[in-house]
Design a protein around this ligand. Structure first.
Ligand SMILES: Cc1ncc(COP(=O)(O)O)c(C=O)c1O
Length: 412
């Protein structure tokens, strides 16, 4: 029974009206504001159904056929389905679908390949690296010696010469390619070549683009990386969670790095929901969706640039746009607050080679709810009006309500 179904049948409302109101409030918020956070999406009712299923009750430490708990025969079927579907979808020899999150997947990848104190080369955090790529407040920065590569100050594109030079100088044990904010494709063949030259493992943290990869709208890291880490909840449109793909030779190390090294019992309801999402992502409809996500992001980036924002790298290859609102007279933090007041929800992010923060937004969710290239200039116009201070956020909030009403993410 999904939460929405439970609410519709009044089960939760009767038992716990306080919490039911919270869930209804969130459903209303998601439906009536613009979800422009690049890492979010609307899962299908089928994914929500699996998440709200009785598999949530099941303890299943271990892997199919080798569990520490009894009664896992049905849970095993769910996990095998998820694993097989992930392998088919991404052409991988091995898939681990137990990682609780993207961060857990990265932790497990490091645990499989590295020892504390090893040197790792990754995109520097101010240039778009994730916390798990060496932040001092994260396990990664505490346990490993991270060296950061960056993007070119002029173009905003990755500085490949710097990547090669740093790899030669520091001889890292692993190179990580992946970002929370870089809007362009990573050249996985290039990173493989550098990794081979210096004898490093290549870890692709494809948390963001993996859904585009599934839909054939972005290049796949699978043929190049030793380990691919991913989230299942961004463009991929699955439940909140992580996934790891690798070749057969690393399968045992990766599985042991997830359980028992970094995690306990698998979350079987989430794994079932991942299986549903992988099934959905293998369809032609999903491939068309993934391509529409990119087309919408390109249209939105162009419209934002036309409105005067400084779009990093001048555009995007993906679902993700990074932009500096400074030319409109606001910094990223102020911009995010004003936009939120107008019903447009997005993130701030670091801007490479700048002190001020910028904006990061994406088109995965608005595309799922059916918006297209026609709506993107409308969204950019609403944003620019608020950022320039020409339009009252409260009035724009009504325009946003009208726009979203035409594209309900879930049946009313
Ligand atoms: C590149 C990258 N790695 C790792 C993560 C971590 O994922 P999670 O929030 O599920 O831990 C993210 C999340 O946005 C990400 O973008």
């Amino acid at each position: 029974m999904t939460v929405t179904h439970a609410l519709e049948t009044d089960v939760l409302r009767r038992q716990d009206p306080e919490l039911a109101d919270v869930l209804l409030g969130e459903r209303e918020r998601q439906a009536t504001t613009l979800q422009l956070i690049a890492a979010e999406n609307f899962t299908s009712p089928a994914v929500l159904a699996a998440l709200g299923s009785t598999l949530a009750n099941k303890y299943a430490e271990g892997y199919p056929g080798a569990r520490h708990h009894g009664g896992c025969e049905i849970a095993d079927v769910a996990e095998r389905l998820a694993v097989e579907r992930a392998k088919d979808l991404f052409g991988a020899e091995h898939a681990n679908v137990q990682a609780h999150s993207g961060s857990s997947a990265v932790l497990a990848a490091y645990a499989a390949l590295l020892r504390p104190g090893d040197t790792v080369l990754a995109l520097a955090l101010p240039h778009g690296g994730h916390l798990t790529h060496g932040s001092p407040v994260n396990f990664s920065g505490r346990w490993f010696d991270f060296v950061g590569y960056g993007v070119d100050a002029e173009s905003g594109f990755l500085d490949h010469d710097q990547v090669r030079a740093l790899a030669r100088a520091h001889r890292p044990k692993a190179i990580v390619c992946g970002s929370i904010a870089y809007p362009r494709h990573f050249d996985y063949a290039f990173f493989r070549e550098v990794a081979d030259e210096v004898g490093a493992y290549l870890i692709a943290d494809a948390a963001h683009p993996i859904g585009l990869v599934a839909g054939g709208a972005a290049p796949s890291p699978v043929p190049y990386a030793d380990i691919v880490c991913a989230t299942t909840h961004k463009v991929l449109r699955g439940p909140r969670g992580g996934m790891i793909l690798c070749g057969a030779e690393l399968a045992g190390r990766v599985d042991r790095a997830v359980f028992p090294f970094t995690q306990g019992g698998a979350q079987m309801h989430t794994i079932a929901a991942k299986a549903v999402a992988f099934g959905e992502a293998a369809t032609e409809a999903f491939a068309a969706y993934a391509h529409r996500v990119v087309a919408n992001a390109r249209a939105l980036a162009a419209a934002l640039a036309a409105e005067g924002l400084a779009v990093v790298t001048g555009g995007t290859d993906t679902h993700l746009i990074t932009a500096d609102p400074a030319p409109l007279g606001v910094d990223g933090r102020t911009a995010r607050g004003r936009l939120a007041a107008a019903g447009m929800v997005l993130d701030c992010c670091a801007l490479p080679h700048a002190d001020a923060r910028g904006l990061r937004l994406g088109t995965a969710a608005v595309t799922t709810q059916g918006m297209g290239e026609r709506e993107m200039p409308v969204v950019a116009g609403l944003m620019a009006g608020v950022l320039r201070g020409r339009a009252e956020p409260a009035r724009v909030r009504e325009d946003v309500r009208e726009l979203t009403a035409a594209f309900p993410p879930y049946p009313r």
